[in-house]
Design a protein around this ligand. Structure first.
Ligand code: OGA
Ligand code: MN
Length: 303
């Protein structure tokens, strides 16, 4: 059966079918899915049963290299998932118990409800993220995706000229800090800001996109309040409903998105009452964005 894409929204996201993502893919299948990512930025794979951790990791590796594991804030009584390649996107602690209201892992995880691009706070940020749903609450907890290519295209020429070569500083201190999350001194040191271009050019499609994230809190060379105002204005523009697909999860779904061309956020749900268990694998993009040519020319292609 051929790999097929059924659009879920006018500009972003499609459901991908005709391929069993739980087994080894052929090179043609992987290339078709990659081409689907270039076109839709977000792909939804519906399955009755969630992939196992091993299957999810194997599927992810068809599209690049896994990100190295990094500092996550753990629940007071430790880690729930043993495999460091799987990020625990849940409101659960060890033994699958619901986290207490003031558990640091819960408070840190609430930051996912701010619009962001995964790992934009790392020098080499993420390419694709893949999120697999194991347990879903009866209500709420959708994930929304905003198309940063459409958002860029719809900017006026003057704004495009202003932002073309801007470089921002990103850190989890800015995103979670906005919510008032209390960092330790060690965390503040570990989360030093990194630089990212504000306008990116996709290596394969040549399309430009806004590289925004709630982790962005400075623009190099700009006074801080002015930088934050521009970032807020651009974020407001980029997250208008016409650019946003909202995914209502079913257990078993796997959603894969391109962090270079889409921002995302979780929506609120009753997390003290219902478990929500998703697991994420993430690919590194291989090169710092500040080293990527603004015009997309002369790039080493990291595939
Ligand atoms: C993530 C993330 C959103 C959600 O996994 O990177 O931001 O809805 N998840 O859980
Ligand atoms: Mn995320």
């Amino acid at each position: 059966m051929a790999v097929t894409f059924t659009p879920l929204h006018p500009v972003i996201a499609a459901e991908c079918s005709g391929v069993d993502i739980g087994r080894n893919l052929t090179a043609d299948e992987a290339a078709s899915i990659d081409a689907g990512m270039d076109r839709y930025a977000v792909l939804v794979f519906r399955r009755d049963v969630p992939l196992t951790g091993e299957q999810q990791i194997a599927f992810t590796k068809n599209f690049g290299e896994l990100e190295p594991p990094y500092t996550q804030i753990q629940s007071t009584d430790g880690k729930r998932l043993a495999n460091p390649a799987l990020a625990d996107i849940s409101n659960l602690g060890p033994g699958d118990r619901l986290l207490e209201r003031d558990d640091r892992k819960r408070l840190f995880g609430l930051g996912n409800q701010l619009w962001h691009s995964d790992s934009s706070y790392k020098i080499i940020p993420a390419r694709y993220s893949l999120l697999c749903a194991h347990v879903i609450p009866p209500e709420g907890g959708n994930t929304e995706f905003a198309d940063m290519r459409a958002a860029y295209d719809m900017l006026d020429a003057k704004t495009k000229a202003v932002i073309e070569d801007l470089v921002c500083e990103h850190s989890r201190i800015f995103s979670k800090g906005t919510l008032g999350f209390a960092f330790t001194e060690e965390e503040v040191r570990a989360f030093a800001p990194v630089r990212q271009r504000l306008v990116r050019t996709h290596r394969r499609t040549g399309r430009k996109s806004l590289y925004l994230s709630s982790h962005a809190g400075r623009i190099v060379g700009w006074p801080v309040p002015e930088a934050n105002l521009l970032l807020r204005e651009l974020t407001e523009h980029a997250t208008q409903r016409e650019f946003v697909y909202s995914h209502k999860w079913r257990a078993g779904d796997l959603v894969m998105w391109d962090n270079r061309t889409a921002m995302h956020r979780a929506r609120r749900y009753e997390d003290e009452k219902y478990p929500r268990d998703l697991r994420r694998t993430t690919l590194t993009d291989g090169v710092p964005t500040v080293e990527q040519a603004g015009d997309g020319q002369g790039m080493a292609v990291g595939f």
